[in-house]
Design a protein around this ligand. Sequence first.
Ligand SMILES: NC(=O)c1ccc[n+]([C@@H]2O[C@H](COP(=O)([O-])OP(=O)(O)OC[C@H]3O[C@@H](n4cnc5c(N)ncnc54)[C@H](O)[C@@H]3O)[C@@H](O)[C@H]2O)c1
Length: 368
Amino acid sequence: MEKPGLQRQDIGLAIIGAGRIGTMRATLATSHAAVRMIGVADLNETAATTLAEKSGASIVGTDSREIISHPAINAVVVSTGEHQHVEPVLQALEMGKHVLVEKPIALKLEDADKLIAAAAQSSGSLHVGYSRRFKRRYLTVKEQISLGRLGSVSGLSARIYNSRAQVFQMLKRDPHATPVVDSLTYFVDMLGWWVPDNPAVEVWARGKGGTIRKAGFDCDDVTYAVVTLADGALVNFSCSFALPDKYPSLGYCARIEVIGTEGVLMIDDDHLDQIMYTERGIPHIYVPDLTVNMAFLSSSAPGDWVGGEFWGPLASETRNWLDFVATGRPCALATAREARSNLAITLAIEEAVASGKTVRLSETAVAR
Ligand SMILES: NC(=O)c1ccc[n+]([C@@H]2O[C@H](COP(=O)([O-])OP(=O)(O)OC[C@H]3O[C@@H](n4cnc5c(N)ncnc54)[C@H](O)[C@@H]3O)[C@@H](O)[C@H]2O)c1
């Protein structure tokens, strides 16, 4: 984490990508005290103008470079689809702006390297939005492990479920945005964030195809991986985003267990503690035109709209990053290096599934 500074600077914020997440970030930014103006760019003119109207943006267009280069813009959120992150991030860093890009940083390690190099040359900064970090139950794990209350972590398991309705949205946008690279990555990120001094060195994984493949996507229904850390600690990641369309999850359902030499910590993040059933239907926050009758209410990953305001991990994350830009206070978002390490591990899981072989990770691949 960076040290707090004393500056107070106004923010001119560009939102590049006016889709679901860009809309949430822009809405949150409108009420931040330091944000004085907003600009919006989207390749889709209607999406750009709709968000510009909603967020009171004073500059709007389809060309990201034009919006980012406006002299009043000093901060840029890149909320484009996964394969469209690199170009606008490079543009913004070359112009010395502060950048928040959505996870995953990129889909190829070469592209992640390009962004890390550009950030090192830039007078701006680069952070990556792994908003799970900002869910209170995960923040508290960070604190307890940092304080040493579990002793040394010797094992961790993380299991995540979601409905296939959401994975189809992700894969339609980008066939490489698989549940492993695009979603399990949040839990890979938390592993590295919780135990930063114990990098992953080896990955074993297997996958089983089924429903998602039948729908025409090159993606397994179930993936199980075992990741070995440098000191021999074992991590079991498992994920399935093939649960039925109307499974009550509106996002991630997770179960995490951390075993330490002096304690154990269990997180029930399945959201079974808040269930609603209604004949009127509940709209899915991420999947247009999908309503469910039964929902685990707090399971939406970014958070929830309440009375026109957005609340939840994505709200806390956006605020933390805007505070960092405005005042220099510590920023808990993932660094570009951490995001690169997450990408290396998730790609290694996919490689291990495809090859049936164990994949060794080099020290440089996972340096954080
Ligand atoms: N933190 C979270 O909770 C969370 C949740 C879901 C998705 N995400 C991430 O957010 C990102 C966006 O996801 P989404 O669901 O909002 O996608 P989306 O498809 O709803 O929106 C993406 C928008 O970007 C626009 N776009 C693409 N390339 C562009 C370019 N070069 N310049 C300007 N606009 C461009 C598209 O036209 C589209 O409107 C992804 O990286 C995704 O992984 C984060």
